[in-house]
Design a protein around this ligand. Sequence first.
Ligand code: SF4
Ligand code: SF4
Length: 370
Amino acid sequence: MPRNPQEIKPPETASRIAEACTRCGTCVRRCAFLNKYGMPGDIARQVLTGDSTVDPYECSLCNLCAAVCPEGLAPGDLFLDRRRLAADQGLVDFKPYAQLLGYEKLGHSRLFAWYPPTPAKTVFFPGCTLPGTRPRITWKFFEALRECEPTTAMVLDCCHKPSHDLGRQSYFLDQFRDIRDRLLALGVERIVVACPNCHKVFRKYGDGLTVATVYEVLAQDQARITDKTALASPRTTVQITVHDPCPLRDQVGVHQAVRALLAARGYGIREMRDSGARTLCCGEGGAVGFKNPALAATWIEKRRAQAQGDRIITYCAGCTGFLDRAAPTSHLGDVLFEPEKAMRGRSQAAKTPMTYWNRLWLKRRLIRDA
Ligand code: SF4
Ligand code: SF4
């Protein structure tokens, strides 16, 4: 948090929001953070006059406000800008995020990262959390992708979204440039991700690379997947609901692919009130839980209420962990490959320190396979 928010230069985004916000309250009614702090127009004016005491590290950076604002404003950008300015000026105490930043650093280290030894046009980039919590499901996704495109290789690394969201922009840009350069040097043209955060980072900063989700590839190529990696169905029709992760709120093709995979296996999908472009944060966004766990829990509770007792299926390992604290939640990978276990709530998601061992296990397997 900024030691002294008044020291922060007013970000440019503040002027536009201060001028154009009509105080209609549409975003405030939906957002746990704005509910606490008030209208974006008022906050922006306070920022411009140096009177704002709003902590930008309590915003989930989920962009729901932008999705619902009739004036086309994006208040979340104001808070990301505020984070960046505060971080640039050395006003942020990153101690509360030490665990998160350590996780990110290890993910990019020589010990944990893995790049294939030979050139590859398409790589599966599963991120950190899915391989850490579900290494075998990650491998099954990889096998299924190779059924669709046999030359697909796998890369293990961290996309550095935590630093991006914490406002450490120059550090993030340096680290991500390194990842992108290594991929381009390998001849990579297409990244297939499992994590919505990686998707958002590659979409925005992955110049020269196209990005797709593993869910889209599998939905398109379901017929080509053989018994070896068969995507399984539950024995009986089960009603579930889907939580769309907020970094993918504007990716309609991904929403449709996920629903197509579920519908093809006989799941009955009941949509929550806020889904697709208007989906809610799961509570993990913006690393708010490290700063204000009660505020993060408000988002989780909103989701629990909207699920109305149905099992929530989501396609982000982070969202799965957060939502499962309050409502039965499964990762789509568990549901596709081990439906009976998933529907009984028996899927195994490893916890720290096993998440680190699991990523090393996966890397060993890739070395053997190379
Ligand atoms: S929805 Fe837009 S115009 Fe309405 S209060 Fe929010 S930022 Fe202002
Ligand atoms: S980005 Fe999300 S948490 Fe932040 S102000 Fe917008 S809706 Fe609220």
